[in-house]
Design a protein around this ligand. Sequence first.
Ligand code: NAD
Length: 496
Amino acid sequence: MERINHWIGGTLVPGESGRRGPVFDPATGEQTHEVDLASAEEVDAAVAAAAEAFPAWRATSLSKRAEILFAIRELLEQRKPDLARIVTSQHGKVVSDAAGEVQRGIENVEYATGIPNLLKGGFSEQVSTGVDVYSIRQPLGVVAGITPFNFPAMVPMWMFANAIACGNTFVLKPSEKDPSASLFIAELLQEAGLPDGVFNVIHGDKPAVDRILEHPEIRAVSFVGSTPIAKHIYATGTANGKRVQALGGAKNHMVVLPDADLDMAADAAVSAGYGSAGERCMAVSVVVAVGGVGDALVEKIQERLPKVKVGAGTDPESEMGPLVTRAHRDKVAGYLDSGAAQGATVVRDGREDPVSERDGFYLGVSLLDHVTEDMDCYRDEIFGPVLGVVRAETYDDAVRLVNENPYGNGVAIFTRDGGVARRFQFEVEAGMVGVNVPIPVPVAYYSFGGWKSSLFGDSHMYGPEGVSFYTRGKVVTSRWPDPATSSVDLGFPRTR
Ligand code: NAD
């Protein structure tokens, strides 16, 4: 069985902890690799490599860093099809979707190529006689990223592009379920001229993460994953004095008002509900049908479902692939049973789709109607191809539903009324809002992040907030004295 090793100081390092985890091809259900699971000592080795690389990297000129980022961007662009195939082989998503994820990741590298501009500080001349003040932003040191299975290429790029552009060195702990994309990226970074040790990959599970959270040399931790783990990462990381941004799970609502274009809304619900088999933190999980629009909308969604082609991610005909593991597939399917038992209408049970009989981790597209707030399928993040429809009498009921939900990642409204859309944007409690756009993932020059239980910490990810997160400010007050004006003065520094 092929093994997947760590990447430390610019070279593959076989794990010596004696612990390994299985990696599957979700399309066949077969185990394809074993991934090394790091011990605390192996995490320490990766951090030591990053710490050793830091002084030279932070001293590297901004122009040189930008040049390397441009080279990284070119290589990622050239090798996009290979990286997408690796993602598909371990995650299961269809290759076109994997290429889309890589593309959105590359956009973060493109943003980071602007680092000479992004790190410009302020300057104030003559704040007092002969005194000038200027502000600079400096890197933190060694920073770490801990990433989820569902975007094994894009989410690491959300983090490391800005982190290294700002002059930090990076230790990535990718998901142990699909770890190969991170190694492919590591090799490309080296080929692009990134000095060894600036980017390291350590594979592992809880012991590796726990060591990252307590390692004194790691200054900041970026995390993306489920809410219970995000909470733990935030609490432990900050208790250990680190800067932490921890993005958690989601339950994204798509509110459809009676004046909406129902065909457009149904297309959007199917695309955003089942794309990537629902394993996206910005997937639409609940459609909120307002004011009697429910029956017509459910009918339109239902008629689209038999046309969704489910199959192996490598098959160019497939629009939706399998789920990531058998256990996850079974858990997702369980919501069809609990939903039915708790009173929802099963409009379509994906287990009856012949694709579910295959050896891989397949579940056909599934639809639950008449979902209510007390049901498990509403309360939990399902993270699979099970879309629920909730009926709301009024716009206010729909907003109350969204705002009372503990998650607050993405939300969308479908309407033709600009005034209502604007009111919705004003009062809805979520970090990312779509107006007739079902998956409002911000472009790389804005920042990504939810509210409430979808994010722990003060900083959203990537874009301007990413640059701010990976740097700390310093303000310099300077005087080049004229010796003739020098005297002792015990008063507080004056500006006038
Ligand atoms: P997960 O929380 O199980 O794992 C995320 C990372 O944490 C992995 O690297 C994993 O190895 C590590 N981890 C898992 N259990 C741990 C433990 N007990 N202690 C320490 N570390 C642990 O998440 P996942 O299943 O890989 O990803 C899916 C989740 O990620 C969903 O909840 C999804 O909504 C969320 N997600 C959120 C966003 C966002 O931007 N908010 C983006 C993508 C995914």
